[in-house]
Design a protein around this ligand. Structure first.
Ligand code: ARG
Length: 561
């Protein structure tokens, strides 16, 4: 039940709409005052009355009922207390009947959201910098799905450019089939790094690389075969990571997919008189909008990253008829997205407003940053493995008799990596620290997982009650239920703001409130059967809500830890 809405419907203020009242209703900082409060100073000007008087008059015009148990006017605030029994009953019933669907909705029915995420570069290491786009995109994919949208996950592969000419040149000069087949991305990266080292003293290698790239473009059999092989090796390697992180795509159409779909972009740009020649290149001037020009074609007639993105956007609109198309890409590319979104708008594409750059901050390791060209790069696979190993170490120490150690360590380690990238507001830069993400007492996934294991254990001992009555409620119980009840709106705002961190924070908040309840209220040894049953039901509902939240983030929950 939406209590805010229920309250808003009851209140009449001259010249103020119900929607405005709904917006104004807030949660008081301390629940002694009430569960909801309407700050009346917002209406003082319109009503030409003091907030204190408005609150007083409103209070006198309203009556308590089954839902609202108390109304008070304090210092210009109109405070409401909700009938806790009814609220607790309704919340638990909802969670326990909707189960895995608790928090879902059909707000997105009939709508499509394309999500461009992870979008790796072929033959380049999948490093810690790709973590955020992959897990943020994956979480958004599941969240939109949960809200009834049709979601299309797109891995816009970086599989176009002279670097593939470099790779062919390096492979032909120093490569060996067996080594590359075995070594995958790591072997390809070594070749790439070597190319750059040696090209410093052999500038002619650069020309050779350009020539090879041209051959790929012209469909040369041998170069095409090598290029396809590099792509296969890369995708096979990253699939291991995608499997661990529970990441899925519906399309792998990357940059090269659009190399023959550029003409319509050029034609339409010409039609709208948007193309200008500048030093041999074809550009769209964006000075009027305070941006550098968007380069469409280089002087040699080849396309650019932006051109291919425009072709991709047009293709996606045509193929999926999206309501929104999200690009989960680091903020370093802010200008790129602003530019090509603008150009599409100038081309008269009304849907350009539905393109959204979901920008996020940098992730670095405590140990320091890296450079692909120099080769001192930290592979994400190694980071995940290190987290799993560390988790295994901690688990053995805490619980030497734990069954399925490896499986639990996997869930804890992978969860720590995902949660570490998702817990903060996405635009913030983060420094990844193994100790921090694996802290059992921190705001971490392992803290939440541990709380779930505690709930599982309680339920195993006490059983899951078929029915329950509401006893005299404690403050801890009410706080926990209040937190649980926010899940549906949390999921909806996570989608609206493209912010999976809301879901992560929900999980930590619920876990903290559950633990407070667990330590302050006896569950299995409660004073009477009614209270015990209720507390078991509350434990069960907590576990369900945490499971749903973690499922959206792609993190598993072990039953025992
Ligand atoms: N491959 C690019 C990179 O690593 C990201 C691509 C993002 N998606 C897009 N449609 N531009 O920087």
């Amino acid at each position: 039940m939406d209590y805010k809405n229920y309250i808003a419907q009851k209140i009449c203020v001259d010249g103020v709409t119900t929607a405005e009242i709904y917006e104004a209703i807030a949660l008081p900082p301390n629940s002694e005052m009430g569960d909801y409060a309407l700050p009346c100073f917002k209406f003082a000007k319109a009503l030409r009355k003091s907030p204190v008087m408005i609150a007083e008059d409103l209070k006198n015009s309203l009556q308590t009922d089954d839902v609202i148990s108390e109304i008070s006017a304090v210092n210009g605030y109109l405070n409401f207390k909700i009938n806790k029994d009814g609220f607790v009953r309704a919340t638990l019933d909802k969670i326990l009947t909707e189960k895995d669907g608790y928090g879902s909705s059909n707000q997105g029915a009939g709508k499509t959201v394309c999500i461009d995420y992870s979008s790796i570069n072929i033959a380049k290491p999948f490093h810690i910098g790709h973590l955020s786009t992959t897990v943020l995109g994956g979480a958004l994919y599941r969240i939109f799905n949960f809200l009834g949208y049709k979601t299309v996950g797109i891995n816009h592969l970086g599989d176009y450019g002279t670097q593939f000419g470099k790779l062919i040149s390096a492979y032909k000069r120093w490569g060996d089939k067996e080594t590359v087949q075995q070594g995958g991305i790591r072997a390809l990266n070594e070749l790439y790094v070597r190319f750059h080292q040696e090209a410093e003293t052999h500038p002619e290698y650069e020309d050779e690389a350009r020539a090879y790239f041209k051959l790929i473009e012209q469909g040369d059999e041998e170069c095409q075969t090598l290029f396809r092989w590099f792509k296969e090796l890369t995708l096979k390697d990253v699939q291991k990571i995608y499997d661990m992180l529970d990441i899925r795509f519906d399309s792998y159409a990357g940059e090269s997919f659009y190399s023959d779909k550029m003409q319509p972009v050029i034609d339409e740009l010409k039609e709208h008189n948007l193309l200008v020649e500048s030093r041999g290149a074809q550009i769209v001037d964006l000075e009027e909008y305070g941006m550098a020009p968007c380069i469409i074609l280089k002087s040699d007639g080849t396309s650019l990253y932006a051109t291919r993105d425009m072709a991709a956007a047009m293709y996606r609109k045509q193929t999926y008829d999206f309501d929104k198309c999200l690009y989960v890409v680091a903020y370093q590319q802010n200008l790129h997205f602003k530019q090509f979104f603008k150009v599409l708008e100038l081309m008269g594409k009304a849907w350009a407003k539905d393109l959204v750059h979901v920008a996020y901050g940098m992730v670095s390791l405590e140990e320091g940053t890296m450079s692909t060209r120099k080769g001192n790069v930290v592979f994400l696979e190694d980071v995940i493995q290190k987290c799993i190993d560390k988790a295994a170490g901690i688990l053995v120490e805490k619980n030497p008799n734990l069954e399925n150690k490896a499986e639990v360590a996997q869930k804890v380690g992978v969860g720590a990596v995902i949660f570490g990238a998702l817990y903060n507001n996405k635009i913030k830069d983060i420094v990844f620290s193994y100790d921090k993400v694996l802290n059992f007492d921190g705001e971490t996934s392992v803290y939440v997982q541990y709380t779930c294991a505690r709930a599982y254990s309680v339920l195993q001992k006490g059983g899951v009650p078929e029915t329950f009555e509401i006893p005299t409620l404690t403050a801890e119980e009410i706080e926990l239920v209040k937190a649980l009840a926010t899940f549906p709106e949390t999921v909806a705002s996570a989608a609206e703001k493209y912010e999976p961190s809301y879901v992560a924070r929900f999980a930590v908040d619920v876990a903290q409130k559950f633990n407070k309840f667990y330590f302050d209220c006896k569950i299995l040894t409660a004073e009477n059967e009614q209270t015990k049953n209720f507390r078991l039901a509350l434990t069960n509902a907590t576990l369900q809500a945490l499971k749903n939240a973690f499922a959206l983030l792609g993190i598993g929950i072990p039953e025992k830890m």
